[in-house]
Each structure stands twice: as structure tokens, then as C-alpha cells.
Design a protein around this ligand. Structure first.
Ligand code: SF4
Length: 130
């Protein structure tokens, strides 16, 4: 085993393009999650407010870079109901793992060729795409 293992690189940066294309809000896995409902509402409101271009922002640093996402106050990743391929596992623990993951129908999945990454689905449970 190597002395220093390199951490796999995050594939999907958190930016307005990814936020706008994210299908997590329509996913059956979190459709019945009571915990996710306020997060989903907030995401819808955020998407409605987004209208400008942004550059890639590493997950975890959104709140530090409000100017790139407009003047709105950005939540921390744990307050978001996706994109889980970018931010990693869901903070809510009432998601239904038995429901089908719709990630492979998402434009983000295609844009970042997530089929070739790991994990290949259920990022909300399995963690961010690398
Ligand atoms: S690929 Fe899946 S986790 Fe990533 S934004 Fe789309 S629906 Fe969400």
C-alpha cells in the first residue's frame, strides 16, 4: 500500500449550471422525505433567482463566494437537496434507498460523463462522484 494515497478528484463542481440542471429535486429517492422538503423548496427558490453565469465553485465553499452566485446568501451543502454528485451524501436520513435513482437521466450526468466515474448512482447515499 502506498505511503500517501491520493484522494480521488471531485468530478462535479457546484455552479449555477449544475444547480439549474440538477434533477435531484425530482428524484423518487427523496420525494417522500420530510427532511428534504424545506431544502427542496429552498432549492426551487434559489433556481428561480439564478440568472447569471458563474464559474465552478468547489462544493463546501458556496457560502464564501456569494458574488459568483448573485447577491443571494448561499446555504451550506448540508442544507441542499442536491446535487449529490457534487456535494456528496445527503444530510437527511429519511431518503428511500429502494427507490430508483434517476441520475442517469440527468444532463449533469451526461455533461460530466459520470457513467465513467464512481459511484455510478445514488450519490445521495454513496457520496460524490469522483
Ligand atoms: S446526476 Fe444525480 S446527483 Fe447529480 S445533479 Fe443529476 S440527479 Fe443530482
Amino acid at each position: 500500500m502506498p505511503l500517501f494515497e491520493r484522494k480521488p478528484k471531485q468530478k462535479v463542481l457546484l455552479n449555477t449550471d449544475v444547480m439549474m440542471k440538477c434533477m435531484c429535486g425530482m428524484c423518487p429517492v427523496q420525494a417522500e422525505s420530510a427532511c428534504s422538503q424545506p431544502k427542496l423548496k429552498m432549492m426551487m427558490d434559489m433556481r428561480a433567482s439564478m440568472g447569471m453565469k458563474s464559474e465552478g465553485i468547489p462544493a463546501g465553499s458556496m457560502s464564501a463566494m456569494p458574488s459568483q452566485m448573485g447577491e443571494m446568501k448561499m446555504p451550506n451543502p448540508e442544507q441542499l437537496p442536491g446535487p449529490f454528485c457534487s456535494i456528496g451524501k445527503a444530510a437527511c436520513n429519511d431518503l428511500d434507498r429502494n427507490k430508483a435513482c434517476i441520475c442517469n437521466t440527468c444532463q449533469v450526468y451526461k455533461d460530466y460523463n459520470l457513467m465513467a466515474g464512481k459511484p455510478v448512482e445514488h450519490y445521495c447515499f454513496n457520496g460524490q462522484a469522483v
